[in-house]
Design a protein around this ligand. Sequence first.
Ligand SMILES: [Zn+2]
Ligand SMILES: [Zn+2]
Length: 425
Amino acid sequence: MESCAASILFCKRGKAELKKVVTPNDVYEYSLKHKDGRWGVLIQPLVVGLCPTDEAGGNRDFPPGSTRSFADSKNPAVAGHEFIGKVVRVNKNAQKKLSERNIAVGDIVAVDINIGCGECFPCRRGDPPLYCKGGATFLGVGTSPGAFWVKKQTGREHLPGAYTTGFVVAPARNVYKIPLKNVKNVNQLAVFSQTDAVACAKTSCDAMGITTFKQMRGFGDPAMLVIGSGRVGAWHVAVAKELLPNTQIFLADIDKENLTTVGNLFDIPEERRYLVSANSKNPYARKSLEAHFGKNILFDFVVDAAGHHTLSGRVIMQILRESTAKGGVFCTTSHTGVNRIDAGDPELILGMKRFLNGLSPQNNFEYAVSFLAKNIKKYEPFVKEIKGGLNETLAHIVETGGGEYKKQMEGTTFYSVVNDIDFLK
Ligand SMILES: [Zn+2]
Ligand SMILES: [Zn+2]
């Protein structure tokens, strides 16, 4: 395998560049010598999805306390964590594990970039990588503080991501096969770059109790308010509707375009769409919500998909107190957490109301792949290509989180093609 490849990487905090840097071939070799070859799958990325977490990784905002270095040329901070690619090389150990799941060299796969040590109690029994006692590492994003097992297993402190003409390296367990039966073009293939986002939405739905709502509560049409109709919000609506089809969705956003796109995609009636005015002082106060959605409405589920630092703890507490039904849940998807949530508030205690966060794919990759495979046609128009592949412009889009670009191009969900996709020609 080549030892160098053009890649988009962070050379310093917040600044990404396109450069030729070392591939993780050394990790593959190191793993064979030092730890039973756990890091035994090389994957050539084909399609990489645009996600602001790449920016967070480039600012060391995520994972919190990230130990990622930007100056080490032997360990470049290559970006890109939502991707699908082709399995190009496997070692013996990985081959055995992959063949048990019907995966072989040449297959197209999605990769769960959350990786645990594989050795501790939670890892051994199959818990999500995020539950690892040693701390997780995130391909293309960074390593949690204290996750010393990463260096021991790989020879590096953090692992590179998918914006590269080379390849990424991962353990067999983290690789999931993409069924190509209904994939006719690159745009349809790119739908699978959303596997991680869909898996995260499933985690939120499980955590909020949508998955088991009907069983537990005896009725099947709870009210769900989704704040933010961008990519993350849209996948939450999609998965909630799949799990509990009669869920009544209410949508709020300051962006008219997104509100219309997602509203139309899921047949959300006009009266359940709330275009939030940028000047509004308190758009989620009881009064404002009633003015748009009608009197008496209470929400069983509220999802904050508005992005980091948009809703404050004070606003969330207000929604929980005033507009959340008894037994209801507020779920944030913000990686950076929220301050000043008061679990001791009487309304929460007596009303059995909860606050939680849901943004990690847990063990939902398999669910997400089959969900997308079923719905390729529906979501194909929803994903758009950033033309030009790997170049400086893309490096800039990645380092800024893509917010400006998305606005300019009037879309929410974008991908880049980083290597030749020959099997669809
Ligand atoms: Zn992401
Ligand atoms: Zn572990």
